[in-house]
Design a protein around this ligand. Sequence first.
Ligand SMILES: Cc1cc2nc3c(=O)[nH]c(=O)nc-3n(C[C@H](O)[C@H](O)[C@H](O)COP(=O)(O)OP(=O)(O)OC[C@H]3O[C@@H](n4cnc5c(N)ncnc54)[C@H](O)[C@@H]3O)c2cc1C
Length: 320
Amino acid sequence: MPHIDTKSQPQYLELANYPGTSFDVPLGQYSTMKCGGHAFCVYSPKNVDDLAAFRRINTLPETLLGGLSNVIIRSGGISGVVIRLKNVAQCNVSERSVFWAGLRNVDACKMAASQGYSGMEFLIGIPGTIGGAVAMNAGTCGQEVADVLDWVEIMDDCGVVTRVDRRNLNMTYRSGGLPADAMVIRACFRLMPSTQSEVSIKHTQLLLERAKGVRLPPNVGTAGSTFKNPDPGVSDGRKAWQLIDAAGCRGLCHGGAMVSNEHANFLINKGHATPEDLILLGENVRRRVFDFCGVLLEWEVKIIGDEPSGANAVLLRKKN
Ligand SMILES: Cc1cc2nc3c(=O)[nH]c(=O)nc-3n(C[C@H](O)[C@H](O)[C@H](O)COP(=O)(O)OP(=O)(O)OC[C@H]3O[C@@H](n4cnc5c(N)ncnc54)[C@H](O)[C@@H]3O)c2cc1C
């Protein structure tokens, strides 16, 4: 992937010595797709106050990422600041459990279990962070974040934090309904008292079920389900994987990208895929499914970053 000539950018000097920043970072190393361009700058704040102070002085466009388990980052990279919240155990577990958005789902679930609280077990096998889970309204096995969320705290680009009740978010299937550019800082989940052993048993059952459902070859990159399941009314109740399968796309390849043989709605990186291989293959699948049954699949995976045309060589845009 092309490097970003960071030092020639005027904004480099503004941020170079700012604590928590690093430059020209290859994002593929963090992405579950195992590929992706470089970020001009990655900033990881220690806490809310640090993040607020940074957002007040930063003039570059910002992209917020969590576990990078639902993104394809184009080869041109991200010509602004990627903000990644650290996986720190800032939380308060009770019937109204408050989790820091950078916390990984698996760690949040284990904390709830250790205190004997039940309700968020479905998140145990979903990679990524609490912030990403809220933003995507992540879910599985008939449950989603919207079912247990009480409120979120979001930060605007001046560093001001506002608490928003779940009822004021337009949460729908795989969408958190957040206001544009809202950064989730903390999320409060409604849980029920249980026991550590009962919650741990549920975790084990769910993880076993998931492992039985999709057995991917070891070390492949993936972002899980690529496309949202269409409205049952337009697809005769068929899920995205069924339409992809019926359209003959299982096993289809482009460069190093492939439609998984194990789960037709998973695109996988066989080891040498570029982000553009994955995007072109995904678009090919959408076209074939549309030609086959007239249903246009919608990407669930977020495609972000610049085209590989060297767009990041131009001077960085200012925020707004
Ligand atoms: C093997 C595998 C299995 C998966 N299984 C499931 C599944 O069963 N169910 C499911 O729903 N998903 C599944 N996924 C997809 C993915 O794990 C979820 O969408 C997850 O919630 C994404 O969280 P993340 O922290 O990785 O977000 P990222 O991938 O980093 O970001 C995704 C989006 O969320 C936004 N975002 C991230 N953090 C914040 C924040 N703090 N505030 C505001 N916006 C934010 C980003 O800007 C981006 O638009 C799977 C992925 C993989 C690789």
